[in-house]
Design a binder for this molecule. Structure first.
Ligand code: ZN
Ligand code: ZN
Length: 280
């Protein structure tokens, strides 16, 4: 019997596979192997890396800290630019991403959490949850669905990535398409999925949250600050996940610069007394 796709009480690892999504995800794991068979000029690697950093910063600052947690305010135009930047990572529309992530915080490490490694195991939490049929409950994203341009982009979320991939092919042929789009998207996938899997398993716990979220210095360096995941679960609406100078949080530094430039404002932080009390 087919399980209802929008019932969050159904154990997520019992849902059926969404085969088109599974095919896409599987293809992205295989195609990067071609870097061993095609000569890639150094400039393709450099441009690919630059776009990789740009796209990942939109994942963290766009999908996560802005659309999921509304940790700062901005103009409607910049909001839409962030949405386009976020979908360039080929991870679906911002509404779906934000809805699932808000559910993750609400139900962390329970059966209702779609990607808990504690409940469903590492592989399910890392990648299998992505390819399962699940219709989001849009009751937790009413603040976002009131923007028609975001609803429109939700239907056409693949378009910006396909345009970027086409441009890469026109500019640099197969080598740039391979490293600039396929290799970098695969790395983006694993870095984003790691927040669901690794960041609830390995690291230290500063705050006694009700979940298994962890802080991890190495993960934070590699994921532009997202590795301060226990801090983040304790203060989900804060724009900064690294709370001290030694907790490097590159995404927050970018948000800070955007604030100085007047592009974003009302950046949410953590109360000073909490920072003083927990400093070590
Ligand atoms: Zn988490
Ligand atoms: Zn979050």
């Amino acid at each position: 019997m087919e399980l209802p796709n929008n019932d969050i009480t159904v154990p997520h690892n019992k849902r059926s596979i969404e085969w088109p999504i599974a095919f896409v995800v599987f293809s992205f794991q295989i195609i990067p192997v071609f870097v061993f068979y095609i000569e890639i000029p150094a400039w393709c690697w450099s441009l690919g890396f630059l776009f990789f950093v740009i796209r990942f910063s939109f994942v963290v600052i766009g999908y996560h800290r802005y659309f999921s947690h509304r940790s700062f305010k901005t103009s409607r135009v910049f909001q839409f630019l962030m949405a386009i930047g976020a979908v360039l990572s080929f991870q679906g529309g911002v509404l779906r991403w934000a809805s699932i992530h808000r559910s993750h915080h609400k139900f962390s490490d329970t059966k209702k959490d779609l990607h808990s490694p504690i409940i469903y195991g590492f592989l399910e939490a890392h990648v299998l949850w992505v390819i399962r049929k699940y219709d989001i409950d849009d009751s937790n994203i009413k603040d976002l669905t009131r923007f028609p341009e975001l609803v429109w982009l939700e239907r056409l979320w693949m378009l910006p990535s396909l345009i970027l991939a086409t441009l890469f092919f026109i500019i640099g042929g197969w080598p740039l398409l391979l490293v600039g789009f396929f290799v970098s998207t695969t790395v983006l996938y694993h870095m984003t999925w790691s927040v669901s899997s690794i960041f609830h398993l390995f690291g230290t716990t500063r705050f006694p949250t009700k979940d298994h979220s962890k802080n991890n210095f190495i993960s934070a360096l590699l994921t532009m600050g997202e590795g301060w995941h226990n801090n983040h679960h304790h203060f989900p609406s804060s724009a900064r996940a690294g709370l001290y100078w030694y907790e490097i949080d590159i995404s927050f530094y970018i948000i800070y610069v955007l604030e100085v430039l007047g592009i974003v404002w009302d950046v949410k932080g953590v109360p000073t007394y909490v920072l003083e009390k927990n400093n070590i």
